[in-house]
Design a protein around this ligand. Structure first.
Ligand code: HPA
Length: 281
């Protein structure tokens, strides 16, 4: 049985959309970035609990709402909060939500998240544009019958983090004087932070940043053909790289600090997106 939740959720969102609203960009707002939704004009918010297939978040700092409106002159849909694998919903925790965004007609998914850094020169408060990922979660979101309405059984994950859009993001960062590093994200199941030995191993595997999200969103996004941009806000050096043990309080504190420059970057990026024509549907 295929899952029709994305169609039901999209119908509910459409029924609440302002007239002539056609979102071009979807954003997933991670820890500390929810404030971006407050800057939206003509915002309409819908609780995840009203949308079939959306995750009901259990984590402090992750309110679950879909908010549509205008940012920097671009019509956008924001997911304020997300579901995580560690909450127990399985690897498909974000699949229906991402497919709903696809059905709403967005061109790209901009994912943001808090992450630890494996590079000591990239410290708390820094921003890292993701250029690839390593999936260290147990399985992938696409296991099970393929839903051909969204994409093919087998699909490429090369260029999963769109190189052209990353170039535009880097150009925007340079324009605004925001330092934007680049690196590979490794997804860890959590909710415990990694051990120092795991972090040493991940460094050898080629990871630059580590977090507990992103992959459950990016895989279904690529399956259904959405372009992806990803930026991590570094909230800490990964376990074992600094003398301080990690805590969620530290994550929230530095997420708020890094979020300030990420919000500036996102608003300027959207202005640049507005200058490019929307591709024909
Ligand atoms: N590890 C995993 N997830 C995280 C971290 C970390 O060090 N920091 C913020 N989210």
């Amino acid at each position: 049985m295929l899952n029709n939740s994305p169609f039901q959720a999209a119908a509910i969102v459409r029924s609440r959309m302002p007239a002539n609203f056609q979102p071009r960009v979807a954003l997933v707002l991670g820890s500390g970035l929810g404030v971006l939704a407050e800057q939206m004009q003509d915002a309409v918010a819908i609780g995840f609990d009203e949308l079939p297939g959306f995750p009901i978040s259990t984590v402090h700092g992750h309110a679950g709402q879909l908010v549509m409106g205008t940012l920097s002159g671009v019509q956008v849909v924001c997911l304020k909060g997300r579901g995580h694998f560690y909450e127990g919903y399985g690897m498909g925790v974000m699949t229906s939500a991402v497919r709903t965004l696809k059905l709403l007609g967005v061109e790209m998914l901009f994912v943001t998240n808090a992450a630890g850094s494996l590079r000591t020169e990239v410290d708390a408060g820094s921003l890292v544009a993701l250029n690839d990922h390593i999936n260290f979660l147990p399985g992938t979101p696409m296991i099970g019958p393929n839903d051909e309405r969204f994409g093919p059984r087998f699909f490429s994950m090369a260029n999963a983090y769109d190189a052209e859009l990353r170039k535009l993001l880097q150009a925007t960062a340079a324009e605004k004087g925001v330092t934007l590093h680049e690196g590979v994200y490794i997804a860890y199941p959590g909710p415990n932070f990694e051990t120092p030995a795991e972090i040493r191993a991940f460094g050898r595997l080629g990871a630059d940043v580590v977090g507990m999200s992103v992959v459950p969103e990016v895989v279904p996004a690529r399956h259904c053909g959405l372009k992806v941009v990803g930026v991590s806000v570094i909230t800490n050096l990964a376990e074992g790289l600094s003398p301080f043990p990690l805590s969620h309080e530290q994550t929230l504190k530095y997420a708020a600090i890094g979020a300030e420059s990420l919000i500036k970057l996102i608003l300027a990026f959207l202005e640049n997106v507005a200058k490019t024509p929307a591709p024909k549907a």
